[in-house]
Ligand binder design. Structure first.
Ligand code: SF4
Length: 321
């Protein structure tokens, strides 16, 4: 006779493709790894899957997790809630915000129905995910719990957006930025330094800072382009081939901080500049504008005192971006 040792944990129906498993390694900003946050897979892969510096999700096709599977997994999350109240859920998949407004609202209803202590729902999104969403709909999504959403903007420079196959141009970026601003949703804008390679930093820095000034993100998250081997997808980012052929020269380490300083010099908006990422040998965290001058001095210090060779070694050791 078999004995059910965990009667409160439901068995996974065979027909479910994902259930409590994640289709890819969990992907979220490091500050979302908190005891009161749980991850919930609602999409798989990336709807775009073409950025040349990226290896994420290359081995998983984009797809929507059926709602009955989402609900099934929520029953596990609800068990966690009994031990430690779950206050935030961070949706999984590269860009769960690609789901339609109606689908996102359905997910919100489901999540709140299962998690009585929930305060907000976070997610990554692409700028292009805002094409089919109006300002009013974004406001409703905010009311339905969606907040602190992360957008990998990378640059507002058309040359770089095209070079890196981001799938949108600066006109679309500004349109989306205006929607986010008007909706009042909390959002974070990720900016990538080193994106243009050697000698192409300042234009990118200035244009991207100008975009941030316009769109007023609550957080500006900085990362530095790192073409590391991805053990999950077993590949290098596509742009690495251009590097190997000598068609693209990676930016120097000090040069990336010069780019960052130029960006900060042009950043004139109330925001948190969060440059604390695994791809940055020296990190910073500063409120703008209060700490802007101090931040510029600290970056200048790295430019003047930093060791190019040591920082390059650091980048070569980066395993996860
Ligand atoms: S950077 Fe983001 S949007 Fe671009 S391919 Fe990677 S996961 Fe998709």
């Amino acid at each position: 006779m078999s004995r059910d040792t965990s009667p409160s944990i439901p068995a996974l129906p065979k027909a479910f493709k994902y259930g409590p498993r994640f289709a890819s390694p969990v992907n979220s900003p490091s500050y979302e790894w908190r005891d009161d946050t749980q991850f919930l897979q609602v999409t798989t892969g990336c709807s775009h899957n073409a950025c040349r510096f990226c290896t994420f999700f290359k081995n998983v096709p984009y797809g929507k997790v059926p709602l009955d599977e989402v609900e099934f997994y929520l029953r596990y999350v609800a068990l966690c809630d009994k031990v430690m109240p779950v206050k935030r859920v961070f949706l999984q998949g590269s860009n769960a915000l690609h789901l339609s407004y109606d689908e996102l609202m359905e997910i919100s209803e489901l999540v709140y129905a299962h998690l009585p202590n929930l305060e907000s729902i976070g997610s990554y999104g692409r700028i292009s995910d805002l094409r089919d969403k109006s300002v009013e709909q974004l406001r409703s999504l905010k009311d339905a719990g969606y907040d602190r959403l992360f957008f990998g903007v990378e640059s507002a420079d058309d040359y770089l957006l095209k070079l890196m196959c981001k799938g949108y141009d600066s006109a679309e970026l500004y349109e989306a930025g205006a929607k986010l601003k008007e909706s009042g949703i909390d959002w974070a804008c990720t900016v990538m330094f080193g994106l243009g390679g050697r000698g192409y930093g300042f234009e990118h820095a200035i244009k991207t800072a100008e975009f941030c000034n316009f769109a007023e993100p609550d957080i500006v998250g900085a990362v530095s382009m790192t073409l590391t081997y991805d053990p999950y997808t077993k590949m290098f980012p596509p742009i690495k081939r251009a590097v190997d052929r000598g068609e693209f020269v990676e930016a120097g380490e000090i040069e990336r901080y010069e780019e960052m300083r130029e960006f900060v010099r042009h950043l004139n908006v109330d925001t948190l500049f969060a440059a604390r990422h695994s791809t940055l040998p020296v990190g910073f965290l500063a409120l703008i504008p209060e700490k802007k001058e101090e931040l510029i001095d600290a970056i200048t210090n790295v430019i003047e005192e930093g060791d190019e060779v040591e920082m390059k070694r650091f980048r070569e050791r980066v395993r996860e971006v």
